[in-house]
Write a protein of this length. Structure first.
Length: 398
């Protein structure tokens, strides 16, 4: 008798969907790093591939970790289930963003929140609208749901930046196709462009008129709104019930290990729908404890942004002297770079051989064949090592 796995039809569909990304669950990153070290006789690999704040988390967290009674707190909480309402964390974030606590939903990283949103809104026969290039997780999770894509290719002659024509095309597509969901990242991942809030408002209002939901992923939002002065899309939440705005502790807060992301939305029905798919206890007591400490430090995001701006200017001033490289301006701590004659795959290999691990974007939808790498701005000494590696590649080509 042969065994036939009784997978449901949606799962059978999901396993056939393959969306290219620079990072894959099938890749053992630590094994890759060990392999590069051994192959090229390197003592260290510098990770320019992950878009996070490499300066580290708030000093307040460091102080908490040094508390004499922290070990006792950990022992006490290891044997208890964690708080699954996160009232302290939500109240603090509500005060920061000037929103009601009921507008927040917490998840184990934004990837889980994106999954919850797809489960809530998408199904076979539905459409989702996605400007490309964009964060590949939007596309991957949407396709798994059985929904059909409406891609809006950004113009490479405009360096893949949003323009007024982009907004016009989105408005027309929303009116004509009436998709269930529109995905936006702001700042855009991976280009780093900051989209004016007026454009996002126009898209959201057109979507509201045809009962379309809009997601704005502001994972890098603190880089353009460090003091929460209501420049972000979250300022539209009270007046736009179809809008969901995402943020995370993984980027500027430098806490990817705690896996805490969150959504802000003014419609209680959407909040309740998303919470249906959330596990009862999505993350540990320690993750919640650290997140609650991080949100107390108002200065850390501002200082991180100031450091990034300074290092970005220094790094770009060096790149401006290197004729063989082209980079795209960015408002975040990551940027896109390519060599004028070396393909992205080969450039990735050459930099990896020098201990510089970068993100190869050549397979990303909307960027295929454009030969871009994405690079994270790190500490000044690390950036100098990167420049040296780029110069060595350039000189050997010459």
């Amino acid at each position: 008798m042969s065994w036939q796995i009784p997978l449901n039809s949606l799962t059978r569909h999901a396993v056939t969907q393959n969306v290219e990304d620079y990072l894959s669950k099938d890749t053992d990153e630590y094994a890759l790093i060990d392999e590069l070290k051994a192959r090229h006789r390197l003592s260290r690999i510098y990770r320019f591939d992950i878009g996070k704040n490499t300066d580290g988390y708030s000093d307040l967290i460091e102080g908490v970790l040094e508390m004499a009674d922290l070990a006792g707190l950990c022992r006490e909480n290891l044997v208890e289930y964690p708080d699954n309402h996160y009232q302290k964390l939500v109240k603090r974030m509500a005060a920061i963003f000037k929103l009601a606590p009921s507008c927040f939903s917490i998840s184990a990283g934004l990837e889980c929140m994106i999954d919850h949103i797809c489960r809530s809104f998408l199904h076979p026969g539905a459409h989702f609208l996605l400007p490309i290039p964009n964060f590949s997780v939007f596309e991957s999770f949407s396709l798994r749901s059985g929904a059909s894509p409406l891609y809006l290719q950004l113009d490479k002659n405009q360096n893949f930046q949003w323009t007024e024509k982009t907004v016009e095309k989105m408005l027309d597509l929303i009116k004509e196709k009436q998709p269930a969901l529109v995905w936006i990242s702001n700042p855009v991942n991976p280009t780093g462009q900051s989209i004016p809030i007026s454009w996002i408002q126009a898209v959201t209002e057109r979507a509201l008129a045809v009962n379309t939901a809009v997601v704005v992923d502001e994972a890098y939002g603190e880089y353009i709104d460090p003091d929460y002065d209501r420049k972000g899309a979250f300022s539209l939440v009270p007046s736009h019930p179809n809008l969901m705005v995402l943020r995370t502790f993984s980027k500027i807060h430098a806490l990817p290990g705690i896996r805490v992301g969150y959504m802000m939305c003014g419609d209680p029905e959407i909040i309740n729908a998303v919470k249906i798919y959330r596990p009862m206890f999505p993350f540990s007591w320690f993750s919640l404890f650290v997140a609650q400490t991080a949100v107390v430090d108002d200065e850390q995001p501002i200082k991180a942004r100031q450091k990034t701006l300074k290092r970005k200017r220094e790094l770009f001033s060096r790149l401006d002297t290197m004729a063989d490289y082209q980079y795209l301006p960015t408002t975040t701590n990551t940027f896109m770079l390519r060599h004028r004659s070396i393909p992205a795959d080969l450039l990735w290999q050459k930099l990896a051989a020098r201990g510089m691990l970068t993100a190869n974007l050549n397979g990303i939808n909307g960027l295929q064949g454009e030969e871009f790498l994405r690079i994270t701005i790190r500490a000044r000494a690390d950036n100098a090592r990167l420049i040296n590696a780029l110069e060595n590649v350039e000189n050997k080509v010459c």
